[in-house]
Design a protein around this ligand. Sequence first.
Ligand SMILES: NC(=O)c1ccc[n+]([C@@H]2O[C@H](COP(=O)([O-])OP(=O)(O)OC[C@H]3O[C@@H](n4cnc5c(N)ncnc54)[C@H](O)[C@@H]3O)[C@@H](O)[C@H]2O)c1
Length: 304
Amino acid sequence: MAAGKPKIAVIGAGLMGHGIAQVFALAGHDVTIFDSVKPSLDSAKARILTNLKDLGDDQKAVERVTPVADLAAAVREADYVVEAVLEDLPLKQKLFAEIEKHVRPDTILASNTSVIPITRIMEGLRRRERALGTHWWNPPYLVPLVEVIETQWTTPEAVDFTMQLHAAAGKKPAHVKKDVPGFIGNRLQHALWREAISLVERGICDAQTVDDVIKAAFGRRLAVLGPLENADMVGTDLTLAIHKTVLPDIDSRPGPSPYLEQLVAAGKLGFKSGEGFRRWTPEQQAALRSKVLKHLKEARANDV
Ligand SMILES: NC(=O)c1ccc[n+]([C@@H]2O[C@H](COP(=O)([O-])OP(=O)(O)OC[C@H]3O[C@@H](n4cnc5c(N)ncnc54)[C@H](O)[C@@H]3O)[C@@H](O)[C@H]2O)c1
C-alpha cells in the first residue's frame, strides 16, 4: 500500500455513497466516485458541498472528490473501494467481479449493503480475503457508527486496516466477527421493533404510546448507556429476575408480525401513503424529519 492517506473509491453516488465520499474527503483522503447514472454522478459534488455548508464543515474538502465516469479508472489507484449501489445481490456481485479486474491485489473491497450477507456478495472473488462489509448509517456524515463485518475469508489485517481507516475519519467502527443477518445494529433495532409492534397488536397500547414510552424513558439514556452497561449498573442478578418474569411474555415469533403484514396489504405504508401505524400529514412528516436531523446535528456538535 502506498505511503500517505489511503486513496478511496466510492461506487454509487446516491444517498449513502455521496455521504461516505464526503466523510473520507473531509478526513483528508483523495476520493474518486463512480455512478452508472450520469445525473447522479454529475450532482455528487454539489450535494456534498451543500452538506458541508449546512454542517459548517470545511468546504474545501469537496475539492478532494473526483467524479469519474469509468469504473476501471475510478478504482485503479484506490487503496480502498467501498460500494454503495442499489440493494441488489447480482448487481453487487457483478460489480465486484469487474472491480477486482482493475484494482491492486492488496486493495481492500467493502460493501455497504444493508442486509445482504457479505459472504454472498464476495464469494465469487479471486481474493476473498481482502473483502468485507462496512455498514454505515444514514446520514453517513451525522451517524457515527460503521459496522465492519468480516466473513470466514477476511484476514485480520483487512479488518484492522478498515477499523483504523474509519476511526481516523472520525467514525465509530464496530467489529462484527460473524457475517450474520442484520449484523449488530439492525438485529438490536428490529428486536425492539418486533415488541413495539406486538404491544400494539395485542391492544396493550396504541402506536403513539409505544413511541412516547421509549422516547420519554430508556430512549433518553440510550445514547450514553447501552443495555449491557445498564444491566451491570442495576446488577446481573436483578436483570436475571426481570428476564424470568418478562421474557416468557415478550414476542418471540420468528417471522414478521401479521399486524405488519396487514398494514402493508392494506396499502398503509407509512409516510409514503400518509398512514402506517399512525396517520401522517405532509406537515407532520416534514416536522419529524427536521426534528431528527436537528437532533443528529446537535449530537454531532456535542461529540466534537
Ligand atoms: N439508505 C440508507 O439508509 C442505507 C443505510 C445503510 C446502507 N444502505 C445501503 O447502501 C446502498 C446504497 O443505498 P442508497 O440509499 O444510497 O441508495 P440510492 O438509491 O440513493 O443510491 C444508489 C446509487 O447506485 C447507483 N447505481 C445503480 N447501479 C449502479 C451501477 N451498476 N454502478 C454504479 N452505480 C450504480 C444509482 O444510480 C444510485 O445513485 C444499498 O446497498 C443500501 O441497502 C442504505
